[in-house]
Design a binder for this molecule. Sequence first.
Ligand SMILES: NC(=O)c1ccc[n+]([C@@H]2O[C@H](COP(=O)([O-])OP(=O)(O)OC[C@H]3O[C@@H](n4cnc5c(N)ncnc54)[C@H](O)[C@@H]3O)[C@@H](O)[C@H]2O)c1
Ligand SMILES: CC(C)[C@H](C(=O)O)[C@@H](O)C(=O)O
Ligand SMILES: [Mg+2]
Length: 348
Amino acid sequence: MLIALLPGDGIGPEVIAETRRVLEALSLDSLHFEEALVGGAAYKATGHPLPPETLDLARRADAILFGAVGDPDCDALERHLRPEQAILGLRKELGLFANLRPAKLFPELADASALRPEVASQIDMVIVRELNGDVYFGEKGMRKTVDGKREGYDIMSYDEDEVRRIARVGFETAMARGKKVCSVDKANVLETSQLWRDVVIETAQEYPDVALSHMYVDNAAMQLVRNPGQFDVIVTGNLFGDILSDQASMCAGSIGMLPSASLDSAQKGLYEPIHGSAPDIAGQGKANPLATILSASMMLRYSFGYASQADRIEQAVAKALARGARSPDLGGTLSTREMGDAVLAALT
Ligand SMILES: NC(=O)c1ccc[n+]([C@@H]2O[C@H](COP(=O)([O-])OP(=O)(O)OC[C@H]3O[C@@H](n4cnc5c(N)ncnc54)[C@H](O)[C@@H]3O)[C@@H](O)[C@H]2O)c1
Ligand SMILES: CC(C)[C@H](C(=O)O)[C@@H](O)C(=O)O
Ligand SMILES: [Mg+2]
């Protein structure tokens, strides 16, 4: 199994280094690694955030383990050269349309959550976020209005096939869990969302055992804080899923805890933490590597079918936390390397 390692920018290389150590400690002869530049690091070396060699490696690999991209030095570049285009390009080029973002509270972290422990302890959900469409990939630009004002625009749209395929992922995910799907949209205002809701309702006919509900995104943001335990699977569009998953992460303790899988229709996947390159703490050994380590566990489970090895990693993370391992985002003082050490020490 070839794993493409794409560390990227900021804390990306720091969290990927710990994750690689954990994967290597599993002593699986079948895993091989090849590394490539991506994001700002790739732009600085080659003039492009997603160089052809990197895209080629991503295509050849059986799975991709991604750190993060984003570099304040690059924020003034033309948009197509910015680091973030690398992750957007990989998602689009590889057809990675289904983004699974599980948010679960490790019981030991109840006091790290921004919510009261009795509310936080209920969190166990998967946000299924569409990743290839929406306002992210519509026509966009800057133009002048007739009266000479600058105007920015981004077109939001979904067609019914795009909605149907992500709705199915949502229902399938729920079938393997609590059999509840909450579809989040803004159908009271947006035509894109009205189509979304209509198609989700049609698709629900294929899944009579799943209870479907609908929620407007503003209410969903509120309900995530009021009573996160009500959610089993949330299925939503690209933009709403981006925002709600950062919010869910803080309910579950820290943005440094949430992993993700971005899958195509054949379970090929890119695995990454939901957080970014965190320029404010980059290079200081303060990053929590657990979201990336847990992303590697998802990779073993979803792309390679190594369920017992995936369980080993998750159990080691739980054990390390139970023994008190805490990076600064979790209220502790351990460095990125020490968090990696704690997981390695707990690996049985
Ligand atoms: N998939 C990705 O590569 C991805 C995701 C989100 C943001 N970004 C990019 O990252 C850059 C920074 O964005 P941002 O600041 O809005 O979001 P961010 O997720 O990088 O950071 C937000 C806050 O969370 C903290 N944080 C994030 N990850 C952490 C970790 N593992 N451990 C401890 N603390 C952590 C940061 O220090 C910061 O205070 C931008 O260029 C943005 O575009 C990339
Ligand atoms: C960096 C950015 C393009 C990305 C997104 O908006 O999808 C990030 O926020 C994420 O959550 O993976
Ligand atoms: Mg995001």
